[in-house]
Design a protein around this ligand. Structure first.
Ligand SMILES: C[S@@+](CC[C@H](N)C(=O)[O-])C[C@H]1O[C@@H](n2cnc3c(N)ncnc32)[C@H](O)[C@@H]1O
Length: 506
């Protein structure tokens, strides 16, 4: 790996937390196992603080800290959770419970608030008047009462009251006790109203903002919108991409199974393996050795669509943290040049670290605003260009549920204009006959199909090019591939939502 410095280039500080973070959530909250196991107080984080050293933080202390930061300061839940889990040094099972509580509470926020509004009474002045930590404590406790069947009610209430006593005063702990006991007593009454229109019903049932549901109904239809919203509340799969420089996916699969892991080859990506039991795959020895990377299966399809060949010169315009850069370099047998650009100086290090871990020499990282890339290279310099664009991210809500609440509809227009400017700036750097792949991790038509159609109208020398899908086993993706565009929604294959378009310059 080589580091290139442009006029904007600066050395960055390490941000390994962020790098590890991508993998932390799926690993500690494996698909299909949302319930923490232990019923015994003091075990599995489900008990009261009584059996613990007085000041040792519990899983729920950690979860509350994260949720309060998210509520108060708009912190990214995944980053804050990672930081607080590191600081609190909880046992693995407690860390898993804290993770479940944080993500589940954020995922179900709309629905929980609807019920809470019924339970928090006049004297308590309503939800909006509560201090952020009190609101977060009530939300997370109600989440556990309603969604985590294997955690006993009394443990949830007693730990919430203990936390309230430690943090607040007698009045607050009394109110918390009253609200939660009332929730248990009135559980049968906590149902969603009937007769709502589709937008309101889906928004409330699956906890999504109404504006987003309205857009998705218009773009995908009511049924698909409902399936997408339901899928967004599922735990994401854990998938890894074999570093083909070290060996094919089949060999790695054998090895993992030999180590006792439950894993299978991806139905979507030739280099992918889905791991159903393995904890955080970014912490295993094979990751550090560079045998594989942790990556969602739909992300893996991007380098496949780009079809880079050994010896080529490739530009990755928005490359950090470098998952696709590394995949491209692996597919090229680490020959040729992969130029990896990102706007943010602190993210350059993440790409460097990936390349180093995977033993890649062909990756050259640099810092630049991709909207200015035409100043950096001569026209027609590259055989392949990847624009994995900054986007609204609505395909990855399962991994980052706070996106639902932090993004506004107006953000889509804003990010659309950045995407357009980058495409305008970089398309001239492609050689005739070369391929440009435009991808996003969103399912918004405006940022995807509409963006590509608009670009093609303005640039007659570019045409949609069939995506080579012969290696993608019976996924159904082959049906979409001849059009040159693929849109994957999170309900289809259990992957992140993604969009890929392949354009050829004639
Ligand atoms: C979707 S992420 C890329 C993910 C990456 N391709 C991967 O597979 O790991 C988009 C990236 O674009 C970067 N970015 C945002 N605006 C940019 C700009 N104007 N120029 C270059 N990079 C930009 C962000 O810092 C972010 O790292």
């Amino acid at each position: 790996m080589k580091r290139e410095t442009t006029e904007n280039g600066q050395k960055s500080k390490a941000d390994s937390r962020r790098a590890a973070n991508k993998a932390a959530y799926p690993a500690s909250r494996p698909a299909g196992t949302p319930k923490p196991a232990s019923k015994k107080p003091g075990l599995g984080g489900s008990g009261s603080a009584s059996g613990r050293a007085a000041l040792k933080p519990t899983a729920r202390d950690a979860a509350l800290k994260v949720l309060t930061h998210v509520e108060e300061a708009g912190a990214y839940s995944n980053l804050k959770l990672n930081q607080i889990l590191k600081e609190s040094d909880l046992p693995r099972q407690d860390a898993a419970l804290a993770t479940e509580i944080v993500y589940g509470t954020i995922q179900r926020r709309n629905t929980i608030d609807y019920y809470l509004a019924k339970l928090v009474t006049k004297g308590d002045k309503g939800l909006s008047k509560l201090q952020p930590w009190v609101l977060s404590l009530l939300r997370m406790s109600l989440y556990q009462l309603l969604y985590l069947e294997r955690v006993p009610d009394h443990a949830i209430v007693s730990e919430a009251v203990n936390i309230a006593k430690r943090k607040g005063h007698q009045g607050i702990s009394g109110m918390v006790n009253g609200v939660l006991r009332s929730a248990i007593r009135r559980r049968e009454e906590l149902i969603l109203p009937e007769g709502l229109d589709d937008t309101k019903r889906i928004a409330l049932q699956y906890s999504h903002p109404e504006w987003l549901v309205r857009r998705w109904i218009a773009q995908h239809g009511v049924d698909a919108c409902e399936r997408i919203c339901a899928a967004n509340n599922e735990a994401p799969h854990v998938s890894i991409r074999a570093n083909v420089l070290r060996g094919e996916a089949a060999g790695l699969l054998e090895q993992l199974r030999g180590e006792g892991l439950d894993a299978q080859l991806s139905a979507l990506s030739p280099a992918g393996i889905v791991v159903s039991s393995g904890g955080n795959m970014a912490l295993a020895a094979g990751f550090a050795k560079g045998d594989y990377s942790v990556q969602d299966e739909s992300s893996m399809l991007v380098a496949e669509a780009l079809e880079p060949k050994p010896g080529m010169k490739v530009l990755d315009c928005c490359a950090a943290p470098g998952g696709k850069t590394a995949h491209i370099a692996e597919k090229m047998g680490d020959t040729g040049e992969v130029w990896a650009c990102d706007l943010h100086p602190h993210k350059q290090k993440l790409i460097d670290e990936q390349a180093e871990r995977l033993g890649l020499e062909s990756v050259r990282t640099f810092v630049k605003d991709a909207r200015e890339l035409r100043e950096e290279f001569a026209p027609e310099s590259f055989d392949r260009i990847l624009l994995d664009a900054p986007c609204s991210g609505f395909g990855v809500i399962r991994r980052k549920p706070d996106l639902k609440w932090s993004k506004q509809e107006s953000d889509i227009k804003e990010i659309r204009s950045v995407q357009k400017s980058i495409l305008e700036a970089v398309h001239g750097l492609l050689k005739p006959g070369g391929i440009l792949v435009y991808s996003t991790c969103t399912i918004e038509r405006e940022e995807n199909e509409a963006a590509v159609e608009q670009f093609l109208k303005a640039h007659a020398e570019f045409k949609l090019d069939p995506i080579p899908a012969e290696n993608w086993p019976d996924s159904g993706l082959g049906v979409q591939a001849p059009s040159g565009m693929i849109r994957i929604t999170p309900d289809q294959y259990g992957t992140d939502g993604f969009f890929i378009a392949r354009l050829r310059k004639e």
